[in-house]
Design a protein around this ligand. Structure first.
Ligand SMILES: [Zn+2]
Length: 686
């Protein structure tokens, strides 16, 4: 999903308004992105970890027929499952996520959306399973669906995001039919496989929360009975469909045959391997292995553009009249495939489909599926805003952080959305420069600059926590997306950019086709950066994150010659001549404070009356304040904590600078400018 597009838009539009409207008349050509080869992302000492193929767990072979007038999909096929757990399997858990749109009492519909997507409830949608049977020897089918049980109450599973610690297992949402348990008639031993025969009937909702129809446009996601993720210990990671939570599944292969009216253009996961006409229908078969989901779209008005980037066939589908936006999306995808590939390992699939949904179906935009992403934005050249590029790069980035590094998006949403927002910023900075959000002449604002104050202001919840624990949709956008990116960028600048980039690259390669959790990430930092960095990361990401460094006091005074009784060798005297005793000059002190528990190396710059500056790197450890003393010929006049903005996680930068008198330094201007931008962004609803 895109990070807080609405919020970014409102901040961007506010700034555009402030800066005047004289920019619209410029050339219609899209901004040119920097597609030159990037600097090599160096591996860690010892080289990149090797990448493995996934263990194939599931195999879906489905046939689906779309009726675009009734907006229904009828499907049937087979699902194979291998028991990769260490224990016998006694039941299946299946997700029927289209049922989230069935009525107003589903867990999804009861959510408080707070500006996130999914607010508009149009025509309902549902999935009706017509058959689920175990296929035995000789193709004999054994009915399973009769014994199904809805799992809609709290406290069901340790991984259930709705589980409240002390909640009794009473019905929480009895009308939610998105999470189903199906008992198996016999145990399936470890290593053995079963085959299921399925038939289902989908009624697509009017476009809501990524899926559905509007007019003849159809986006078909979460559309088939899908097995939950089978964990190694034999438990199922299963979740009801929740407003902000996304998905989690096993890797496997999808062989899907789609049947649509011939005039419809189809975009789908995986390459088209077979196509034929049958009367006024067209049958398309798409096959893709090493993925964990399959989505598709069909519309009779799509304009198709094909392109190639290295070995990857790119297909862009857009409404008519969006050529300028498609130009920008293609450039973004080209640049993104190169940059993300260099950082996190090459894109491993042959195809990539980029879907720009029509405006009336923008809820389908900004979403990721294996080898298929949806983007969005205006057709017109929005000078100064890089929204189209940012959304496209973000969704492309999910091919790595979601698609390949397949973390549990419900239990740990920061592991995909947050890491991906961080990656998006690195790529965008290469492609468009510092102004990754707004770029208007001298005004260059990065998404991180805009995200920083908002990320700090929202409830101060831990960044790593299950999706449903986050206070609301707005907070989800701020914490999971913005604050993760800000925290990772803080670690990157504090512990060395090259080293941190190498660690992230190593993590992405090591965990390719795997399902890592937060501990795998901390271990990666420990291995490839340092245990100190891993410790700081843990504090920044798992505790309620308030971090604020401030200069509390700066003092300076001429040194006085010491008075008293001195018995040391030398002429007997009661007052020493400061000149002779080396006490000429000034003594100064700076008190700096830290609020919060994240312990990082912090740079303090001390400025003196003669224009000289001195830097020291300090650590707070367990302390909340530190004092730095100076003795020297010139007077200490000011102190700046974090002069290079290495700690974007520092929530308030207005208190990072203090002077004993008026001093004209660029640092002051910079401090004031950052603080002003922060306040402005906060005013814009962040
Ligand atoms: Zn996303």
């Amino acid at each position: 999903m895109p990070r807080s597009r609405e919020a970014l838009e409102s901040a961007g539009l506010l700034l555009l308004g402030l800066c005047g409207l004289g920019v619209g008349a410029r050339s219609l050509a899209p901004p040119r992105l920097d597609l030159s080869p990037s600097e090599e992302v160096a591996p860690p000492p010892g080289g990149w970890p090797s990448m493995h193929d996934p263990e194939p767990v599931v195999r879906y072979e489905l046939r689906a027929r779309l009726d675009p007038e009734l907006h229904v999909v009828d499907g049937e096929g087979r699902i194979e499952l291998r028991n990769v757990a260490d224990v016998p399997l006694r039941e299946l858990r299946m997700h029927l996520y289209l049922n989230a749109f069935k009525n107003d009492a589903t867990i999804f519909r009861r959510a408080r959306t707070a500006g996130f997507r999914g607010e508009v409830a149009g025509a309902p949608g549902l999935i009706d399973v017509k058959k689920l049977a175990l296929v035995g020897a000789g193709g004999v089918e054994e009915e399973l669906w009769q014994k199904r049980e809805l799992v809609s109450h709290r406290g069901e599973s340790p991984q259930d995001p709705l589980r409240a610690e002390d909640a009794p297992p009473v019905p929480g949402a009895p009308d939610d039919e998105t999470d189903v348990r199906v008992p198996l008639p016999r145990e399936v031993p470890p290593g053995a496989s079963i085959t299921l025969a399925v038939a289902f009937h989908d009624e697509l909702p009017e476009i809501s929360e990524r899926t559905g129809y509007r007019g003849s446009f159809h986006f078909v996601g979460q559309w088939f009975p899908k097995l939950a993720k089978l964990e190694r210990d034999g438990t199922w990671a299963a979740f009801p469909f929740h407003h902000v939570a996304e998905f989690y599944a096993d890797f496997g292969s999808y062989d899907v045959t789609l049947d649509v009216p011939d005039r419809f253009v189809v975009g789908a996961t995986g390459p088209l391997v077979e196509t034929r006409r049958e009367g006024d229908r067209r049958i398309e078969r798409h096959v893709q292995d090493r993925v964990h989901d399959f989505a598709w779209t069909a519309w009779d008005r799509f304009v198709v553009r094909d392109a190639q980037e290295g070995p990857v066939k790119i297909r862009l589908l857009s409404p008519p009249g969006y050529e300028l936006a498609v130009d920008r999306e293609l450039q973004s995808v080209r640049g993104g495939l190169r940059e993300l590939g260099a950082r996190y390992g090459a894109y491993p699939y042959d195809v990539l489909t980029v879907v720009h949904p029509p405006d009336v179906a923008s809820e389908a935009g900004g979403m990721e599926y294996p080898t298929l992403i949806t983007t969005g934005g205006p057709w017109w050249p929005a000078h100064g805003s890089h929204e189209v590029e940012a959304v496209t790069v973000h969704e492309l980035g999910h091919q790595w952080f979601y698609g390949l590094v397949a973390s549990n998006e419900v239990a740990w949403p920061a592991g995909d959305e947050g890491f991906n927002s961080f990656a998006e910023q690195l790529v965008m900075r290469k492609l468009v420069g510092e102004g990754t959000a707004v770029s208007l002449g001298p005004l260059q604002l990065s998404y991180l600059t805009l995200a920083r104050p908002g990320a700090a202001a929202h409830f101060e919840e831990p960044i790593f926590q299950p999706a449903d624990r986050v206070a609301n949709g707005g907070s989800y956008g701020m914490r999971v997306y913005g604050a993760t990116a800000v925290a990772l960028e803080t670690l990157r600048r504090s512990y060395g950019e090259a080293r941190f980039d190498a660690a992230m690259g190593a993590y992405a390669r090591q965990q390719r086709f795997a399902h890592p959790g937060p501990e795998d990430f901390f271990r990666a930092l420990e291995t490839w950066v340092s245990s100190d960095c891993a410790r700081a990361a843990r504090a920044a990401l798992t505790t309620p994150t308030t971090l604020d460094f401030s200069v509390e006091r700066v003092t300076a005074a001429p040194r006085h010659a010491p008075k008293g009784i001195f018995d040391r060798p030398g002429p007997a005297e009661r007052t020493r001549d400061p000149k002779l005793a080396g006490y000429e000059g000034f003594a100064g002190s700076v008190w700096i404070a830290r609020r919060g528990v994240v312990d990082l190396p912090v740079t303090v710059e001390l400025r003196f009356a003669d224009g000289a500056a001195r830097r020291e790197t300090v650590r707070f450890g367990e302390r909340v304040w530190l004092r730095l003393d100076t003795d020297g010929p010139t007077e200490l006049v000011a102190a700046i904590v974090d002069p290079d903005l290495a700690i974007p996680l520092d929530r308030d930068r207005t208190n990072n600078f203090l002077a004993t008198r008026r001093v004209g330094t660029t640092a002051v201007t910079r401090e004031r400018a950052t603080a002003w931008i922060g306040l402005l962004a906060r005013g814009a609803g962040w």
